[in-house]
Write a protein that binds this ligand. Structure first.
Ligand code: FE2
Ligand code: FE2
Length: 239
């Protein structure tokens, strides 16, 4: 995790005021959208920690879940710092809506299926997306932020795979079935629609943003070339 102070330095060199207004506005919106997702991820890991406790998971997993929540706070800070720089005004999160049944069912099959969807699939694809955006970014501040985010998200994905492995090893057939179903639904679900090329694609990439076209290509590729073989190795079956 890089200190935020280095990012403040890098933010100065962005000189957002010199960018055309439509590009600046889009960059501010896109970074703010990610910032809110990162902010919500803090709560997701708090929930995951409680789920781990509900099923008596080993302490190493609990430790890493808490650490991941701290990573997400850093991601939210980095993304809000970028969104604020592009917007030219300070942006931050409002209250997170937390009404209703936050924890859901606490049985191992349900918790494992959620970890497949959000962690094994969601975090894996998020880490691939951040790594690709990092690769393409030329502006220093977003490039550095994405480097940190890509590394952390890969660790979060790994945590989810470790948890699901542990859950399956508990020997309950219902857990195995729930895990298989969650992978199958994602792998056989609808593919993202092909988006039209974005006229700002190059400028967005310079500032660390992938277009919708690039994102959907990357997600499909990640799902079939990374998640599918890993799921097959985990479950010893072909999807
Ligand atoms: Fe994150
Ligand atoms: Fe994450």
């Amino acid at each position: 995790m890089r200190p935020l102070s280095e990012t403040w330095e890098a933010l100065r060199s962005l000189e957002p005021a010199s960018l055309p207004t439509p590009l600046r506005t889009r960059l501010a919106e896109l970074w703010a959208r990610d910032a809110l997702l990162e902010h919500a991820s803090v709560a997701s890991f708090s929930k995951f920690s409680l789920h781990l406790m509900a099923v008596a998971a080993p302490p190493a997993l609990l430790h890493d879940a808490h650490r991941a929540a701290l990573d997400e706070i850093q991601h939210a800070r980095l993304c809000f710092a970028l969104a604020s720089a592009y917007a030219g005004e300070p942006l931050g999160p409002g209250p997170l809506p937390l009404e209703g049944d936050l924890l859901g069912p606490l049985d191992l099959p349900t918790i494992s299926a959620a970890a497949v969807r959000e962690g094994c699939i969601g975090e894996t694809l998020a880490s691939l997306e951040a790594a690709e955006a990092h690769e393409q970014a030329r502006a220093q501040a977003p490039r550095e932020a994405l480097g940190t985010i890509a590394e952390d998200e890969a660790r979060h994905a790994e945590l989810a795979w470790r948890f699901v492995r542990w859950a399956i090893d508990q020997g309950d057939e219902a857990t195995r079935v729930a895990v298989e179903r969650a992978f199958r639904e994602a792998l056989q679900g609808p593919r993202p629609e092909e988006s039209v090329p974005d006229p700002m694609e190059e400028e967005l990439a310079y500032h660390g943003r992938l277009s919708e076209r690039q994102r959907s290509l990357l997600w499909t590729q990640g799902l079939f070339e990374v998640v599918k073989p890993a799921a097959e190795a985990l479950l010893g079956r072909v999807f």
